[in-house]
Design a protein around this ligand. Structure first.
Ligand code: HEC
Ligand code: HEC
Ligand code: HEC
Ligand code: HEC
Ligand code: HEC
Ligand code: HEC
Ligand code: HEC
Ligand code: HEC
Ligand code: HEC
Ligand code: HEC
Ligand code: HEC
Ligand code: HEC
Ligand code: HEC
Length: 446
């Protein structure tokens, strides 16, 4: 058999089709404007059943308007030898019609890199695409084609709109007047979706960072370690800004556990509140939340003024103190103590010291036998009784906050107190009945 030689076989199989293709392509890869115009004028319109069928409106779900209307030459102006006869700066071509975007670009402080350089087609397909806004790629892949988004997604918990790739819900892809080209400033950016927080922003007390810089001082907008994406763990977060409080809390010798452990948000709202100091609730309610057993004070017949007002922090410093029981000022806890100025500062913050220091009086106290000041007699001496010996500081079932009893070691010594118009009678477990009368001095027998 007369077989064809190998070179001619290769020629027929490989080169003929290549030549054919090249001849077709060269006919369309125009070198000059004239070549392009003769190509364009050879056909009626650029798209029909044979030519540029890819621009058939029926085939592409989103087709660019000038492509539909056959205004190919709005962009393909015949500027050869430019690629595809386009003008060099595609941005200019696009902005010719898209004056709204042009205005945005010109009037904004921050213009996105590719928009600035007129590279609109890095994101949009000039002809049409299967996606809304003629996007080249699904929204979620669009940004990652230029940005390394690993950093944004590094945390275990990704913010829903970020996870969905809806970057444009926060960032203007083209241009904006706000840093990072955000679509709005400060808290407004976030409140657009977190609308349940809008009314809170009109509360009487709003935490300053929310007003000054919005939400991102504390929350990472993209991703983070946990659900709330706080930039710093809650137990450290507050003290990163409140350095003064940090020093204060560190210096106290008597710690209040929730403050020294950084559980600030047990008592404070990080956002806003209708209570001063951003407190989450009335002070006593906050305290009772943890000191549940103390809530029974509210059921006692008599409560001390500041306790009635719910003002526990009048006496206790919730952040810590150098005094036992985190008291703001000095107050002795023993049964007996020698009287000294300063020892009862806590009480004299509201009551008059004269009630203890004056020996004889008709006015400084009602605890008098005639003019003898019995407060002075009991308290102001070497072996003075402390206020606690007789009074219950928070609440009591007896008049004048007299305590019902006293623990002496393991024994509860009861105190019975009877009040009269002009005096009273005390029957403690430790000594005989004693009476006093302000009008007619009583002689107590020993
Ligand atoms: C809004 C501007 C614009 C309009 C209108 C437009 N084009 Fe294009 N065209 C471009 C751009 C930009 C490119 C280059 C794309 C690239 O580099 O990826 C291009 C590339 C092309 C190419 C070569 C590459 C390819 O995608 O096949 C052809 C062919 C083409 N256009 C045909 C047309 C036809 C036909 C029309 C009218 C039906 C048309 N174009 C309308 C902007 C336009
Ligand atoms: C000849 C005028 C003209 C030119 C040039 C032009 N466009 Fe358009 N474009 C339109 C019209 C008209 C519409 C449809 C109406 C509208 O949405 O504004 C449109 C729509 C669009 C849309 C879709 C808007 C939507 O709401 O879905 C995008 C995106 C777009 N153009 C991008 C571009 C880009 C990128 C360029 C440059 C490569 C460009 N256009 C050049 C006229 C033009
Ligand atoms: C980084 C990607 C990117 C670049 C670059 C870009 N766009 Fe867009 N464009 C988008 C996305 C995404 C949308 C969809 C709507 C949105 O999220 O704002 C859009 C929407 C549009 C729209 C329709 C909605 C509107 O705002 O009117 C037009 C028109 C448009 N772009 C034109 C342009 C023009 C013109 C340029 C170049 C100057 C350009 N784009 C550059 C990503 C881009
Ligand atoms: C074609 C490449 C390209 C694409 C696609 C792109 N970007 Fe960019 N982007 C840049 C360049 C270049 C810069 C740096 C210049 C600048 O600050 O704008 C930048 C900067 C940014 C910045 C930082 C601005 C700042 O102030 O730090 C943000 C935010 C951003 N892009 C968001 C996006 C989002 C969201 C998308 C997707 C819709 C996107 N980019 C898609 C190129 C791109
Ligand atoms: C919920 C709103 C929101 C969404 C959604 C969002 N961002 Fe951001 N982005 C921000 C804020 C706010 C900043 C400014 C960060 C700051 O000031 O701490 C920012 C900053 C950036 C920056 C600048 C670099 C930086 O870390 O400061 C880039 C880049 C960026 N975002 C890209 C993206 C991309 C890409 C997406 C989509 C995958 C996206 N963002 C989605 C709110 C958002
Ligand atoms: C486009 C809408 C949108 C925007 C804008 C937005 N978020 Fe969100 N955010 C969500 C969605 C959706 C969730 C998930 C809600 C859920 O799972 O219950 C969420 C959840 C959160 C959570 C966790 C809440 C929880 O209880 O788990 C925080 C914190 C948060 N966002 C903060 C922000 C901050 C800060 C901004 C502004 C930088 C912001 N968001 C902007 C939509 C948004
Ligand atoms: C000073 C820091 C700080 C700022 C600023 C801040 N947050 Fe928070 N946010 C927190 C802390 C801490 C929590 C956890 C509260 C808790 O567990 O009781 C939280 C919780 C949340 C939650 C979860 C639900 C809730 O209320 O407990 C959402 C949603 C939220 N913040 C959104 C926002 C938005 C939106 C803004 C801006 C308007 C903002 N945050 C500003 C610190 C902050
Ligand atoms: C980004 C910095 C920042 C962070 C984080 C921060 N704060 Fe603030 N906070 C401020 C500023 C600024 C003020 C207003 C000035 C001032 O009173 O110190 C303020 C005020 C306060 C006030 C009111 C003070 C007053 O005298 O009325 C309280 C209470 C407070 N912050 C508690 C907290 C708590 C609790 C946290 C943690 C959840 C926290 N802050 C986290 C910056 C911060
Ligand atoms: C047990 C509840 C409680 C805890 C925990 C707590 N606070 Fe307070 N804080 C209060 C109360 C109550 C006030 C009201 C002012 C007062 O009576 O001292 C206050 C006031 C403040 C003030 C404003 C007035 C001042 O004293 O400077 C700041 C700032 C503050 N707290 C920050 C913090 C920070 C930061 C933490 C966490 C380290 C924290 N607080 C933990 C209850 C608490
Ligand atoms: C988040 C829980 C919590 C809250 C809220 C709280 N405390 Fe405490 N408190 C503690 C813990 C824990 C201790 C240390 C353990 C103990 O002695 O019970 C403590 C100790 C004390 C002590 C010292 C008790 C002792 O026997 O030495 C006093 C006094 C006190 N708290 C008062 C208050 C006051 C006043 C408030 C409200 C402003 C308050 N606490 C709010 C948890 C809390
Ligand atoms: C007038 C000052 C004063 C007020 C107001 C006050 N306390 Fe006290 N608190 C004291 C003194 C003093 C002690 C020391 C022990 C004692 O004398 O009972 C004390 C002790 C405590 C103790 C620890 C000892 C115990 O009884 O277990 C707790 C807890 C406590 N107070 C919580 C509160 C709460 C909660 C409030 C608000 C409802 C409050 N205090 C209001 C002065 C006050
Ligand atoms: C923050 C202010 C304040 C402080 C501090 C204070 N008190 Fe009072 N006290 C009052 C007020 C207001 C009343 C009057 C209302 C009432 O009867 O409780 C009062 C009344 C009393 C009464 C007499 C109530 C009556 O029925 O006549 C006694 C006893 C008393 N305080 C003891 C003390 C002792 C002991 C201390 C120190 C541990 C102290 N107080 C600290 C505000 C204070
Ligand atoms: C020996 C018991 C006893 C001691 C100790 C004591 N008190 Fe009293 N106190 C009373 C009695 C009883 C009354 C009631 C007087 C009356 O109304 O008839 C009273 C009343 C009061 C009142 C009401 C106003 C007045 O003077 O009548 C205040 C305030 C008060 N005491 C504070 C204190 C303080 C502060 C201390 C400690 C520095 C203290 N007491 C120590 C027994 C005592």
């Amino acid at each position: 058999m007369n077989r064809p030689n190998l070179p001619s076989l290769v020629f027929i199989i490989l080169f003929i089709p290549i030549l054919l293709i090249l001849s077709v392509v060269s006919a369309f890869a125009f070198e000059t404007a004239d070549e392009y115009y003769s190509h364009a004028s050879a056909f009626r319109g650029c798209t029909n059943s044979e030519c540029h069928t890819e621009f058939d409106a029926a085939k592409s779900s989103f087709l660019h308007e000038p492509v539909v209307s056959g205004e190919c030459d709005e962009c393909h102006t015949g500027n050869y030898p430019n690629k595809y006869g386009l003008v060099n700066d595609q941005g200019l071509t696009c902005l010719k019609c898209h004056t709204k975007i042009e205005h945005e670009v010109q009037s904004s402080k921050f213009v996105h890199g590719p928009v600035e350089s007129g590279d609109c087609i890095s994101c949009h397909d000039a002809h049409g695409s299967g996606r809304k806004f003629l996007l080249n790629e699904p929204y979620s892949d669009l940004c990652s084609s230029c940005h390394n988004l690993k950093g944004l997604y590094s945390g275990a918990s990704i913010h829903k709109p970020v996870k969905d790739g809806n970057c444009g819900l926060c960032h203007d892809v083209h241009a904006s007047n706000y840093k990072s080209r955000l679509i709005d400033i400060g808290a407004n950016l976030c409140l657009a979706c977190h609308d349940d927080m809008v009314s809170g922003m009109t509360a009487e007390f709003v935490h300053e960072p929310l007003i000054k810089s919005g939400c991102t001082d504390c929350h990472d907008p993209h991703s983070g370690k946990n659900r709330l994406r706080l930039k710093v763990n809650t137990d450290k977060l507050c003290l990163t800004c409140h350095e003064g409080k940090r020093n204060e809390i560190e210096q106290y010798t008597i710690k209040h556990a929730p403050a020294s452990e950084g559980k600030c948000i047990e008592c404070h709202s990080p956002h806003y509140s209708s209570n001063q100091y951003l407190l989450k609730d009335k002070v006593d309610k906050l305290c009772f939340k943890c000191h549940k057993d103390k809530e029974i004070w509210k059921q006692r017949r008599f409560q001390h003024g500041p306790v009635v007002q719910g003002n526990c922090s009048a006496c206790h410093n919730p952040h810590g103190s150098d005094n036992a029981f985190v008291l703001r000022l000095a107050f002795p806890h023993k049964f007996y103590t020698a009287y000294e100025k300063g020892k009862y500062d806590l009480c004299f913050n509201c009551h008059k010291e004269a009630m203890i220091t004056t020996k004889m009086s008709k006015t400084v106290t009602d605890f008098r036998n005639g003019e003898i000041n019995l407060h002075n007699l009991h308290v102001n001496r070497e072996k003075g009784r402390t206020c606690r010996a007789c009074h219950n500081i928070h609440a009591s079932d007896q008049y004048d906050h007299l305590r019902e009893g006293f623990m002496f070691g393991t024994v509860n010594i009861p105190i019975y107190y009877f009040k009269t118009e002009t005096g009273g009678k005390c029957v403690p477990g430790c000594h005989k009945e004693r009476k006093y009368d302000r009008v007619k001095k009583v002689e107590n027998k020993n």
